[in-house]
Design a binder for this molecule. Structure first.
Ligand code: 9Z3
Length: 390
């Protein structure tokens, strides 16, 4: 059992990557950490959803993961570690996938319980409490026999904004053929098991499936046999935690579980200089299609899309000027397997605002644009290409 305290000698997993003490291979992880008890029951509606959309020729399905994962310190959980994410990226992107103008996707929204969700995110309790949308009769009227006095209505000044959101919500969630299906996770263990099983459920869609991995996933966890059953007592004195590393499931996802799918992962950094090199490293390691780098503080203003540039494998390629429309091409210095070239393209909110302004959109709409619209637009183009090539 991997644990740095018992420090076994480094082993090789099936991909011949040396495992350090405290690292789990994917196989060890799934053979030692139990699945959530109701896993198969929770997946059943997703299976039906996939089956339905699979029959619609050309329909694409995206699995959007969203929100942070927890690591419980106790089985009867009072305390847990959490990863930063409100679920904004995932829930916003899901809306743009659902409403893509030429290629609307069906969405499997795998999200952290209580994190932001598509459409309802516009009325989150902290930013835009939904009670503020409503008007009601003054208190003196509440005892009136007249029922019309008790009616709650939407404040007329809010309906213009609410109506399109409500329509899109009903169309995607409550129409006879819903285009969204949701699945909840809380812990990193829930997340890993759901992702693995989802890959199998989605597999029949082949290259029509996309994975958009925006959830913030813990790098560390406590194996089940080291989780305290009851609340840890403070009378014990200091609390020292030794956590093991979560296996990098992106590798089996891409290489084994569903190699036909178009897979996009996110890389979060707080040092902007690390974004591109870390994204390139992830692409080299896992061999998927796109890594989106985002800086914690600028993530709503700009992101960088990093892809392998299969057309250019010459290791002598030098950094070209960023032409804004054409992705910048940079070579990788000292990369494993050498000679791989990467494209990077920066997407900036200011550019989308300019575009909308030039289309004559009203000021409030220009100010309300979201970078996820650009991200999704670009990824759908890439997915077009992926389907064309497969
Ligand atoms: C992201 O980078 C997401 O864009 C955010 C979204 C978590 C920043 P919010 O929900 O935040 O809008 O508040 N997600 C991926 C984070 C992550 O865990 N990435 C791993 C890493 O950076 C690789 S899969 O190592």
């Amino acid at each position: 059992m991997p644990s740095s305290s018992s420090a076994p000698p480094p082993k090789l997993n099936r991909f011949t990557t040396p495992l350090l003490p405290g690292q789990f291979s994917t196989e060890t992880y799934f053979s030692t950490q139990p699945p959530p008890p109701d896993l198969q029951a929770r997946l059943q509606p997703v299976k039906e959803f996939v089956e339905r959309w699979r029959e619609v020729e050309g329909k694409r399905v995206v699995v959007v993961t969203s929100g942070g994962t927890t690591v419980p310190l106790e089985a009867n959980t009072v305390r847990f570690l959490d990863n930063f994410s409100a679920g904004t990226r995932g829930s916003t992107s899901a809306e743009y996938f659902l409403s893509h103008p030429t290629t609307p996707y069906a969405v499997i929204f795998m999200h952290r319980q209580h994190s932001l969700r598509p459409y309802s995110r516009h009325y989150s309790h902290s930013l835009n409490p939904f009670l503020d949308l409503l008007t009601c009769p003054p208190p003196a009227d509440t005892d009136s026999k007249n029922d019309s006095d008790k009616q709650i209505t939407v404040n007329p000044s809010k309906t213009r904004q609410l109506l399109p959101v409500l329509r899109a919500y009903h169309a995607s969630h409550h129409s006879p053929e819903p285009t969204i299906c949701s699945l909840e996770f809380v812990t990193v263990n829930d997340y890993l098991w759901l992702l693995k099983e989802l890959a199998e459920v989605v597999k029949p869609l082949g290259s029509r499936a996309m994975f958009y991995l925006a959830a913030a996933v813990s790098d560390f966890f406590l194996p089940q046999d080291r989780v305290a059953e009851h609340k840890i007592q403070s009378t014990r004195g200091n609390l020292t935690l030794e956590m093991d590393q979560v296996p990098k499931v992106l590798r089996p996802l891409v290489q084994e579980w569903i190699p036909e799918a178009f897979i996009v992962s996110f890389k979060l950094e707080t040092d902007q200089a690390l974004l591109v090199p870390k994204a390139q490293k992830a692409l080299e390691r896992y061999g998927h299609q796109v890594v989106i780098g985002n800086d914690l503080h600028k993530r709503k203003m700009e992101v960088v899309l990093v892809e392998l540039d299969s057309a250019r494998r010459d290791s002598s390629i030098s950094t070209a000027n960023d032409t804004r429309k054409e992705p910048q091409v940079t070579n990788v210095q000292g990369s494993v397997g050498g000679g791989k070239a990467f494209k990077q393209s920066w997407l900036r909110l200011a550019e989308l605002q300019e575009e909308k302004k030039s289309q004559g959109l009203p000021r409030e709409e220009v100010e309300g644009v979201e970078i996820e619209e650009m991200i999704v637009r670009r990824l759908v183009e890439r997915h077009d290409q992926w389907l064309f090539n497969h």
